[in-house]
Design a protein around this ligand. Structure first.
Ligand SMILES: Cc1ncc(COP(=O)(O)OP(=O)(O)O)c(N)n1
Ligand SMILES: Cc1ncsc1CCOP(=O)(O)O
Ligand SMILES: [Mg+2]
Length: 223
């Protein structure tokens, strides 16, 4: 069961524009700078995605991001690590097939964390929903160079299949920009998750605003 302060409709709205941090792509700008700009542009969820460097530094960055998200009313999620998510009092944790199994994460976190999961297949998506995942991140929808082991694009049909099969929200991820976000929503996703389109942008605030406008327009067209 998810956190009481993120009931299903609030969570669904928070997953419209989900921005993940990536220090390697941020062109020397800090996580705080990027996240401030992303939130100002309309990001509704932020994920601290920390793949290298001292954990103590992740804690420092995470504390600052948690405060920014609280002020903005945005969902704050930590990638991969339940311990870090709990230590930061994050809203959630995002797990993949190579991370701590969902059931273990739920056992450790109870209802203190929203848990997101990235399935590779429809079967994994159904199993994750049964095991108590609160949302799914499905991708890479389009080709991406950001995650070396992401594999080839899964395509829009895969998003559609999973979104139809589960009742929890699905966000599309991988190679998404303001120009190609619309079909992802039309395929049934609640929102889109991005890294390079915002983190590596010349103007991350404007990039987030363009993405948010594209998602909102597509959601309005679907209603
Ligand atoms: C929202 C969202 N969707 C998918 C992922 C990918 O998770 P994972 O497969 O565990 O890969 P890493 O991000 O850990 O490299 C995600 N992080 N967020
Ligand atoms: C973390 C992740 N999981 C699947 S694709 C991907 C990378 C997304 O990055 P980008 O938005 O730059 O393609
Ligand atoms: Mg992971």
């Amino acid at each position: 069961m998810a956190r009481a302060d993120w009931p299903p409709e609030r969570l669904r709205r928070a997953l419209r524009l989900y921005v993940l941090t990536d220090r390697g792509l941020s062109r020397g700008r800090s996580e705080v700078e990027i996240v401030q700009a992303a939130l100002a542009g309309g990001a509704t969820a932020i994920q601290l995605r920390w793949k290298a460097g001292p954990l103590a530094e992740a804690v420092r960055a995470g504390r600052a991001l948690r405060e920014l998200c609280r002020e903005a009313g945005a969902l704050f999620v930590v990638n991969d690590r339940v311990d870090l998510a709990l230590a930061l009092e994050a809203d959630g944790v995002h797990l993949g097939v190579e991370d701590l199994p969902l059931a273990e994460a739920r056992r450790l976190a109870g209802n203190r964390l929203v848990i997101g999961f990235s399935p590779s297949t429809l079967e994994e998506a159904l199993a994750a929903a049964r095991a108590g995942a609160d949302y799914l991140g499905v991708g890479p929808v389009y080709g991406t160079a950001t995650k070396a082991d992401a594999g080839p694009a899964v395509g829009l049909e895969h998003v559609r299949q999973i979104a139809q099969a589960v009742s929890i929200p699905v966000v599309g991820i991988g190679g998404i920009t303001a120009d190609n976000a619309r079909p992802v929503i039309q395929a049934g996703a609640t929102g889109v998750a991005v890294i390079s389109a915002v983190v590596a942008a010349d103007d991350p605030r404007a990039a987030a605003a363009a993405l948010r406008a594209a998602v909102d327009a597509a959601l309005a067209g679907r209603a």
